[in-house]
Design a protein. Sequence first.
Length: 78
Amino acid sequence: MTVSSSCCPRRRPISWISAAAPHHGEAIGSFEGEPLYHGSLDAAEYRSLLAAQGFEVVSHVVQDPTCGRHTIWLARLG
């Protein structure tokens, strides 16, 4: 029996994008009057956790001036 490739859709790539602080740390503030917690890891920890889940870092820009100085991560499931 032969299976036609048209019956089996190609696996779509899975991407992950996130904004993070440029270094490990925690911040507590408020948003719309509600308490807000933010925690970030350092770059090596993000890379290690992503790799452990099978992701490859495609782009990592620290304090991107074209994005409000946010640190951006883009990874793809390899």
